[in-house]
Design a protein around this ligand. Structure first.
Ligand SMILES: Nc1nc2c(c(=O)[nH]1)N[C@H]1C(S)=C(S)[C@@H](COP(=O)(O)OP(=O)(O)OC[C@H]3O[C@@H](n4cnc5c(=O)[nH]c(N)nc54)[C@H](O)[C@@H]3O)O[C@H]1N2
Ligand SMILES: Nc1nc2c(c(=O)[nH]1)N[C@H]1C(S)=C(S)[C@@H](COP(=O)(O)OP(=O)(O)OC[C@H]3O[C@@H](n4cnc5c(=O)[nH]c(N)nc54)[C@H](O)[C@@H]3O)O[C@H]1N2
Ligand code: SF4
Ligand SMILES: [Mo]
Length: 708
């Protein structure tokens, strides 16, 4: 038997952790962290890579549907036949309804670096294949992830995307982790950095609806009712402004709308905030004073704030709090970089003129800042022809029927399509509705590269593609060839790598000669860049916003008819807003906090990982469990106004009394039985959304839990 060990990059998720792989006769058998390099992380999923890569559920050949949509009857086909059929159907739809009747959606399986650079539009994940075809309808999981926190809120405030706001953890005295659990980050670099800072005496405070992993390790956990962070933040601002703890010079010189904000936060006294958020008034006041008086306070936040009725506004308020307390772009604070360095190729991929993507009118700020179609509006386009009919759908690396709310609505739309194509590793529920299903290779099976903040590595193929599976960038290239614009894509992995580093030939040579990567220079650290003229293209001091100030009162928000101030909206389906419903559904429902063993719907059939948590759980406080006669491990029915799904109780003080946290990811046909039956999005609400981002309110609903 031939045994080889080589340095590599983990090929399971886009985290890009540096690993050492062991191969036996060319077969991947073991994956370990590659010691001595930065990013030598390994999560539990990475360790089970061999089981993921060689899973019996992997798609091995292209498939063409032979039965009813949804029935799962397919025949094997060659790549040529499947791709020819796809191009033919796309052209038929274009002829009959116009190119805008085709829409694409990509998700968490489409984040590999070369995919992002060569196939996506802007610095997010919507696939640009349809732009030269003539359709503006490119959508992605940006319709329910990241855009709120990473684009809308920070651009409205600072004119900068979220990628330009990074916590300066190494120099912080206080680290606030708000609505994110860096322990499950991919790669878990934030977690390692936070843990190191904590060992070096930084205090860590976690603000979270439950005592998640990072809250358990923090010096203080502030438990908040789901979806009410906006009120908590305005309460902190109330104390900071009342007690004059803010940075007066910054306010005078660099902000717009401070007076209106001061007026607005007056009603958010700590006592009132306690009633809304369930955070004690003393904690509200103490937290405000601590953030304002500590030198160097950094902030890490993410999805925990996105899924409520005023998600964008709450995130805006949080960033405003950081700026007003003197923690913006100072040592140990929230550090600003001028622009992120992820090159995205746009030449040849201009959006077609004269037709707006679906959702552009309903979510105008989302459209202005992303240019994307909004996938929450997809069912309406198919089923009602509003704003115009959509007849064809291409999905790459996404399991929409487990990730979007009320999947029945999306299923109905899928049944109404003329054509649907899917690229995935496995047979998802979405794929059951597709006409053509194409097998993707994993990142272990391709040549590419990986960029880190101060570091680049080549991704070298470790094993041959499983079955006939292919690198997704090459699938896009082959499809583009058939649509008449193949010249816009690299035609081989060699060409792809050459093109990626065309601007820096010396770097490519260094990469080719190195097994574990090449360091790249990082810009020198400069603080308070708004004073130095380092943030705006015209090099003037200030922020790249319309006013040049940090806009507390946002002109972008106002332009599209939203409140200019970061106003708080009570969860529409919540105990205060709907007391009658609350009597019937007396627990606040939160869904989808990450668990280590899965990545959204993925890996719920990988034996080693499933063993870590065999069943989908509902976390419930012992007080609520006792009232319902529920014991740890019991099968329970979780109901909302929309439906009922069975989970297993995890009775734990990690969740606050009156709240429940329910696992997300179940509902795909290849998953083990317990997970397959438990699609949490049957319980969430298609219509209840943040009006700015259009994101569904996944984390502030009401439910009832009973012993099954
Ligand atoms: N209730 C509730 N719903 C949620 C959330 C929540 O917290 N609560 N979270 C939301 C969030 S943040 C997100 S991002 C979405 C998740 O949105 P999705 O993108 O739908 O997430 P996944 O379930 O990870 O689906 C990714 C798919 O890509 C496939 N895949 C993996 N690697 C590759 C590859 O290399 N190529 C191709 N072609 N396919 C590949 C996987 O097999 C999988 O089917 O869900 C959202 N839904
Ligand atoms: N292992 C693993 N890693 C993943 C993923 C995965 O599925 N599995 N998914 C990937 C994806 S798609 C994304 S977008 C990122 C997301 O990365 P994160 O945003 O870090 O996601 P979570 O780990 O769920 O952390 C969100 C935290 O917010 C808390 N929270 C929920 N609602 C509220 C609220 O109303 N207020 C407050 N204050 N807190 C709240 C939750 O309890 C949870 O602890 O993770 C990525 N990494
Ligand atoms: S975080 Fe992603 S890249 Fe890193 S080891 Fe885990 S699966 Fe692999
Ligand atoms: Mo996400």
């Amino acid at each position: 038997m031939m045994i080889e060990k080589k340095p590599s990059i983990c090929g399971i998720c886009p985290g890009g952790c540096a690993v050492q792989v062991t191969l036996e006769d060319g077969r991947l058998v073991k994956v370990e962290p590659l010691k001595g390099t930065p990013y030598a992380n390994l999560c539990v999923r990475g360790r089970y890579a061999p089981q993921i890569v060689y899973s019996p559920h992997r798609l091995k050949t292209p498939l063409i549907r032979t039965g009813e949509r949804g029935a799962g009857k397919f025949r094997e086909a060659s790549w040529d036949e499947a791709l020819d059929l796809t191009a033919q159907k796309m052209n038929e739809i274009k002829e009959k309804y116009g190119p805008q009747a085709l829409l694409s959606h990509s998700g968490r399986g489409a984040f590999e670096q070369s995919m992002v650079e060569f196939c996506n539009a802007r610095d997010s994940v919507a696939n640009k294949l349809l732009l030269p075809f003539g359709s503006p309808n490119i959508a992605s999981t940006g319709s329910l992830c990241f855009v709120s926190f990473g684009i809308l809120a920070p651009i409205a405030n600072f004119g900068l995307p979220g990628a330009c706001l990074t916590p300066d953890l190494e120099n912080s005295n206080l680290i606030v982790v708000w609505g994110t659990n860096p322990v499950t980050d991919s790669p878990p670099v934030f977690f390692k950095r936070i843990a190191r800072a904590q060992r070096n005496k930084a205090k860590v405070i976690a603000v979270d609806q439950m005592r998640c992993d990072i809250a358990g390790r923090a010096d203080q956990w502030v438990g908040v009712r789901s979806g009410t962070d906006g009120a908590l933040i305005l309460g902190l601002l109330n104390v900071v402004i009342n007690e004059k703890l803010y940075d007066r010079e910054f306010v005078e010189k660099w902000t717009l709308g401070f007076a209106e904000l001061s007026e607005y936060v007056r009603e958010f006294t700590p006592e009132k905030v306690e009633l809304i958020t369930r955070v004690p008034a003393e904690t509200v006041a103490a937290l405000a004073r601590e953030i304002a008086s500590t030198e160097g306070v950094s902030l890490r936040t993410y999805t925990g704030l996105e899924y409520t009725n005023s998600g964008v506004q709450n995130i805006r308020a949080l960033y405003i709090l950081w700026a007003l307390t003197g923690n913006l772009d100072v040592p140990g604070g929230l550090y600003l970089t001028s622009l992120p360095g992820r090159p995205v190729r746009r030449e040849g991929f201009e959006a077609p003129a004269g037709v707006l993507p679906i959702g552009a009118e309903k979510y105008p700020l989302f459209y202005e800042l992303t240019g994307y179609a909004h996938y929450m509006e997809f069912p309406r386009a198919v089923l009602e022809g509003e704003p115009y009919p959509v007849k064809g759908l291409l999905i790459n690396g996404s399991s929409t029927l487990t990730s979007y709310p009320q999947p029945k609505i999306f299923e109905e739309a899928y049944r109404g399509l003329d054509f649907m194509m899917i690229i995935d590793l496995v047979m998802t529920r979405d794929a059951l509705f597709a006409d053509v299903v194409l097998p993707s290779a994993t990142y272990y099976e391709m040549n590419s590269y990986q960029r880190y903040p101060d570091y680049v590595r080549l991704r070298r193929r470790v094993i041959e593609p499983v079955g006939q599976s292919k690198n997704c960038v090459m699938i896009m290239a082959e499809l583009a060839n058939r649509l008449g614009y193949g010249h816009l894509y690299p035609q081989s992995e060699e060409e792809l790598i050459e093109k990626a580093f065309a601007g820096s030939p010396g770097l490519l040579e260094a990469l080719q000669n190195s097994t574990d990567g090449v360091k790249i220079p990082v810009a020198e650290r400069r603080y308070k860049k708004y004073e130095l003229g380092l943030l705006r293209r015209d090099k003037k001091p200030g922020f790249p916003t319309p006013s040049g100030k940090m806009e507390i009162a946002s002109s972008l928000m106002a332009k599209h008819g939203y409140d200019a101030l970061p106003v708080y909206t009570e969860p529409a389906e919540g105990p205060l807003q709907d007391p009658e419903l609350y009597r019937e559904f007396p627990l606040v429902l939160n869904t989808g906090a990450r668990i280590q063993s899965t990545f959204r719907s993925q890996h719920l059939n990988v034996p080693g990982l499933v063993k870590l948590q065999e069943k989908p759980l509902t976390l419930i406080n012992p007080i609520d469990a006792a009232e319902r006669n529920i014991r740890d491990g019991d099968r329970v029915a979780v109901s909302t106004r929309r439906g009922r799904v069975f989970f297993y109780a995890n009775v734990t003080e990690k969740v606050l009394p009156g709240q429940a946290e329910v696992n997300m990811g179940g509902g795909n046909p290849t998953q083990v039985e317990a997970w397959r039956q438990a699609n949490v999005n049957t319980l969430t609400d298609f219509s209840n959304r943040d009006p700015v981002s259009g994101f569904p309110v996944f984390k502030a609903l009401l439910c009832r839990i009973e012993k099954a």
